[in-house]
Design a protein around this ligand. Structure first.
Ligand code: GRF
Length: 205
């Protein structure tokens, strides 16, 4: 299963994917909407094609930006039946894109969804005063951080935590869960019944 990974920044989740045994999945291409980010260097170091599709060049034309991303994915063999992983990708995909890969787009998010969706999840959780937050790996369905949940892990908020310290511990859980989810997806183990993602062989289906 060819996987395209979309990134916008540091790329530690991408690195976890590159370092993991993904079974039947392979990272075929990495696409960044921002030039010069560390994630691109990680891809290159791993021998994976790294392509920049700068969203700024498309102005408000989301469809044109997404068409350009889809074209790069297709050029590298990431077609419907493959998968797309959003690994710190900070753009919202429209239904037009999402519908090309139904239940084949996976996102990682640094909170226990549905709490604290959006771009500032770690700071929002801290500001709210929660005692426990965490990480969620989920399918993307065109709602903001709202698709069916594949895996979650809780992370306690410790006294004196700032956003960086808390995020570092959350990232450890993301780095563990995201490759496992991609491996399971490629193995055909993830069944979706409405909002419920069931792992084939778990006895729950
Ligand atoms: C992760 O916490 C991800 O969930 C969030 O942004 C962070 C990206 O980190 N959307 P990295 O670029 O993978 O290091």
């Amino acid at each position: 299963m060819n996987v395209g990974v979309l990134v916008s920044g540091t790329g530690t989740n991408l690195q976890a994917l590159l370092d993991a045994d993904l079974g039947a999945a392979r990272v075929a291409v990495v696409v960044s909407n921002r030039p010069g980010v560390a994630a691109l260097d990680r891809a290159t170091a791993a021998g994976v094609p790294a392509v920049v599709v700068p969203h700024g060049a498309y102005g408000d034309d989301r469809a044109a930006f997404e068409d350009a991303v889809l074209a790069v994915l297709a050029q590298h063999g990431v077609l419907p039946g493959g998968a797309v992983v959003l690994a710190g990708f900070m753009r919202i995909l429209t239904p037009r894109f999402v519908d090309r890969f139904p239940l084949r787009i996976v996102n990682t998010h640094p909170s226990l969804l549905p709490a604290f969706p959006g771009a500032n999840a770690v700071a929002d959780a801290l500001a709210h005063g929660v005692k426990v937050t965490g990480a969620t790996v989920h399918f993307v369905d065109g709602t903001l951080d709202g698709g069916p949940i594949i895996a979650q892990a809780a992370v306690p908020v410790l006294p004196g935590d700032d956003a960086a310290a808390l995020h570092a511990r959350i990232l450890c859980e993301e780095h563990r869960m995201l490759p496992a989810a991609v491996r399971s997806l490629a193995a055909g183990e993830l069944l979706c019944q409405g909002r419920h993602v069931i792992r084939r062989g778990s006895g729950a289906e």
